[in-house]
Design a protein around this ligand. Structure first.
Ligand code: F6R
Length: 366
């Protein structure tokens, strides 16, 4: 049932090009010129008159929510707050009938996320679910939503569900932005076109699997890791760090790169590997100075760079190349090598990657 792969996690990482294709099927037209998420169209009045969106989720789904905030704010110009479901539900949060709450959950059974949905619903908010497990509790408790359609995720560490969630959030932001007229036709077409290319680009990244497996051997000794990124790649850094700690039991922290100087830089020495997502979009120049600061303190830099990059290649210790895409879609490509890095480090350490200690696939208790 693992389709020839040694673990479900590796199978699910490799399934991502097909999963993203399945997720977009029937939502992006064959010409690649239009996106329609039917739930957004059906409830467009409700969504467009919202004062703000609040996204509630836990763990990896919360990381997808951070990317969703960035997408919805920049394309739709609607304010978005992102909350840990566990904190939101106990805070007596300010919620009104003009709020839209988006709940993201792979399993659709996470107790805190379900409770956050019930609370928001009792205050009159409109609830939109983004889930994977069809017919699970969270979709049943929502007013509407979109399934990510990536198929069952068995490995405890979430991989294809994350990229599926980000794909749905991208389609949601695009569909709504078009209804709202807050995106130019040119930008809309460009993002849809690029989104369509993502499965092929993921395949190219997966060709680097052996190289990443080799690289991983060097880092099995590490006790700590830092992951850095900015903008759309900051949640990617958080997600890379979470994957590593879950399955390899190496302590890892993700930070927005500019926060490094406000504390974490004190940790950097020759024993500290630092993964930097430094694609040529967004804050590239600033990330280069971050890498120089790390090198000046003898940290080991593993940089995730755009294909053909020469500048970072000269200063980082190791580079993993990504096919070029647009900034808002960087997470869909940049997350894949970080999943592979965590996977191979854990395998090298002899860990049970599909069933890491102390973790459950659905967290149905608080
Ligand atoms: C991380 C992971 C967890 C889940 C979290 C939420 O790899 O799997 O952090 O993302 O427990 O689960 P769902 O999305 O099912 O609500």
């Amino acid at each position: 049932e693992k389709g020839g792969y040694p673990h479900f996690m590796l199978k699910e990482i490799f399934e991502q090009p097909d999963c993203i294709h399945d997720c977009m099927r029937g939502r992006i037209n064959v010409e690649g010129t239009n996106v329609v998420l039917s739930a957004v169209i059906d409830y467009k009045e409700k969504l467009l008159k919202a004062n703000r969106f609040i996204i509630v989720a836990c763990g990896t789904s919360w990381h997808a929510a951070l990317i969703g905030k960035h997408l919805i704010e920049s394309f739709c110009r609607i304010p978005v707050e992102v909350e840990y479901a566990s904190e939101f539900r106990y805070r007596d949060p300010v919620i009104s009938e003009d709020d839209v709450v988006i709940a993201i959950s792979q399993s659709g059974e996470t107790a805190d996320t379900l409770a956050a949905v019930e609370l928001a619903k009792s205050k009159g908010a409109f609830i939109y679910g983004i889930c994977n497990a069809i017919g699970s509790s969270i979709p049943r408790a929502t007013h509407t939503g979109s399934y990510i359609h990536v198929g069952p995720e068995i490995g405890v560490a979430s991989t294809k569900a994350f990229t599926g969630q980000v794909t749905v959030l991208t389609m949601l932001a695009l569909t709504l932005a078009k209804e709202k007229n807050s995106i130019s036709q040119e930008e809309f077409l460009n993002v849809v076109h690029e989104l369509n290319q993502i499965p092929e680009k993921m395949k190219k990244i997966l060709e680097n699997n052996d190289k990443i497996a080799q690289l991983s051997k060097i880092f099995t000794y590490a006790h700590n890791f830092i992951y850095l990124g900015r903008g759309y790649s900051y949640p990617v850094a958080l997600e890379g760090a979470l994957k590593l700690k879950e399955i390899s039991y190496i302590h890892a922290e993700g930070y927005p790169a500019a926060e490094m100087k406000h504390g974490p830089i004190a940790l950097i020495d020759a024993e500290m590997p630092v993964v930097v997502v430094a694609t040529q979009n967004g804050m590239y120049e600033k990330l280069i100075s971050n890498i120089q600061e790390i090198k000046a303190r003898k940290g080991k830099v593993i940089a995730i760079v755009t294909e053909g990059d020469e500048v970072v290649k000269n200063i980082a210790d190791y580079c993993i190349e990504l096919p070029e895409t647009i900034e808002c879609l960087d997470p869909l490509v940049a997350t894949v090598p970080l999943q592979l890095l965590a996977y191979h480090i854990a395998v090298c350490k002899g860990m049970d990657v599909d069933q890491p200690r102390n973790l459950a696939k659905s967290v149905t208790v608080e």
